[in-house]
Design a binder for this molecule. Sequence first.
Ligand code: NAP
Length: 289
Amino acid sequence: MREISGHTRTCGLIGNPVEHTLSPVLHNTLAEHMEQELCYVPLKVAEGALEAAVKGAYALNLLGTNVTVPYKSDVIPYLKDIDPLAEKIGAVNTLVRVDGGFKGYNTDMPGLYRAMCSDGVQIEGEKVLILGAGGVARAVAVLLADKGATEIILLNRTVEKAQKIADEVNAFVGKKLAFGMANEDYRKLPEGEKYLVIQATSVGMHPNDKDVVITDEAFYEKVHTGYDLIFNPSETRFMQLVKAAGGKAYNGAKMLLYQGVIAYEYWTGTNVSDELAQIAYEAMQAAGK
Ligand code: NAP
């Protein structure tokens, strides 16, 4: 157990619920190994109390916080400043203390990118399918456009939401790169084409481990790599179907790791080595069991 002294700085996670988070394990492991006087705690914020929580966190000299569901967009009006990428994505998951308040960042997408690089999954030049059109799918679409995907197709139960994100991405890049389709429209995808598929719905999360958005095995013949953003269970039904059809499959645990690592680097002005990230990853895996 590390000693808490008068010099210890506090960071934490603003959200609701926060009881099941692995972020304290991640950040406290990093602080311990880097011998930094920093302590990370859950900060549950009740509905309607977000503004008071952000102001209070600043008044209490917090070094920074993460922000999770349901406050990633709602927190934006209470920031002193916002990073351009977070503004483009429309969601903030990290607050960094600056003069007079907090600056908001989105480390989810750089975190996903670092995770994909670490797993050897390439975006540039790829045709990519995104399953889902929620907050995270929108951010993933922005990341893919930024990193050189040649085609982005969003498949969603509510097709209007997929089309809206596609229109926004096309407006950012100034060309028709993204398309929205209904889930069942996967049957219209061209014969023989293989895709990188990012699973960005909440379908298949524990305790609904057996659920998957597309059950048809024929769909998985079109997938060379499946990247599920869900990390619990560690092998989702989606991943099983991708592997059964001969593709490579990854879960969202490394995205969770790296979004935290990047936040930690912002708060402390340090670089976390790959070796230490791996130690923190193993601590999270052990705590998540
Ligand atoms: P969200 O905004 O609530 O969006 C959920 C998406 O799932 C929507 O596209 C929704 O379709 C779809 N969906 C939900 N239930 C469905 C069903 N029964 N059948 C078909 N589609 C269904 O959620 P989000 O914030 O984007 O997060 C999505 C997931 O990303 C989370 O569940 C989490 O697992 C993962 N995530 C991972 C990390 C990480 O660090 N690894 C970080 C953040 C999030 P409709 O639009 O039709 O409702």
